[in-house]
Design a protein around this ligand. Structure first.
Ligand code: SF4
Length: 246
């Protein structure tokens, strides 16, 4: 077996539902497994015996490929989805950086995308990012608020991660809900400010009923707070959930 082979959940075409590229058409390659366990996680991260690979962009006509997939198999599944009509390839999860070895082999095999490779990451694995940063074009990075995500603090890891991510285009996303406190929010904004001119997206948690898990006044309060230190701060909900797409 190829030592770089890994468990991939699905490969499919859809629209990006979060952050500044919201609405752009992407091919998504979703990895199994995550090194964190956020309280609000809505993504199945346990490895599946097979990977669902869409055959026609947007048609949900999935074929199953047995896991683990080799980089060649994954690149072949991506190539079938008409990369030319897509803005970029989104590496998502789970946490894609748990599979740095696989990515080092996979990315050079991929067809060209208009805007290249888009990495969605929890921002906690700086060493792994430094191994593949030369192959990535845009980094969509989370800063996890301990009280909101139900995690131990990751401030130092996020700081180191941002220092590496700065080599490429990057934006930071902070998920907030009604439990989010100003102190942890300010600390995250401080990290973004330290790293330079980086867009910040404040994303309300989406409840299981599809509604935001925080009121509009509180969202505007956090945006105003961040705008005291940063020039580009946007409030963007998870649009793919409104559209009913993956
Ligand atoms: S980092 Fe993302 S995939 Fe991992 S547990 Fe948190 S929300 Fe889920």
């Amino acid at each position: 077996m190829n030592p770089a082979a890994c468990f991939v959940q699905e490969i499919f075409s859809s629209v990006q539902g979060e952050g500044p590229c919201v609405g752009c058409r992407q091919i998504f390659l979703r990895f199994a497994g995550c090194n964190l366990k956020c309280a609000y996680c809505d993504t199945p991260v346990d490895p599946s015996p097979s990977c669902r690979c869409e055959l026609t962009p947007g048609k949900k006509d999935f074929a199953l490929l047995a896991n683990p997939l080799t980089p060649v198999q994954a690149a072949g599944a991506v190539a079938k989805l008409n990369p030319k009509i897509h803005q970029s390839l989104s590496l998502t999860g789970g946490e894609p950086l748990l599979h740095a070895e696989f990515l080092l082999e996979l990315i050079p095999l991929l067809p060209e995308f208009r805007r290249g490779i888009y990495l969605e990451t929890n921002g906690s694995l700086p060493r792994e990012l430094s191994r593949i940063i030369h192959l990535v074009d845009l980094v969509a990075m989370d800063i996890k608020l301990p009280g909101t995500a139900g995690l131990p603090p990751l401030w130092e890891k996020h700081r180191d991660f941002l220092a590496v991510a700065r080599q490429k285009q990057v934006f930071v996303k902070i998920v907030v809900d009604e439990k989010t406190g100003p102190e942890e929010f300010d600390r995250a904004v401080g990290l973004v400010r330290e790293a330079g001119e980086i867009p910040l997206v404040i994303q309300p948690v989406t409840r299981t009923n599809g509604k935001p898990g925080i009121g509009p006044e509180r969202l505007l309060f956090f945006q105003e707070r961040a705008l005291g230190f940063l020039s580009d701060v946007r409030v963007i909900p998870q649009v793919h959930k409104l559209l009913g797409v993956a």
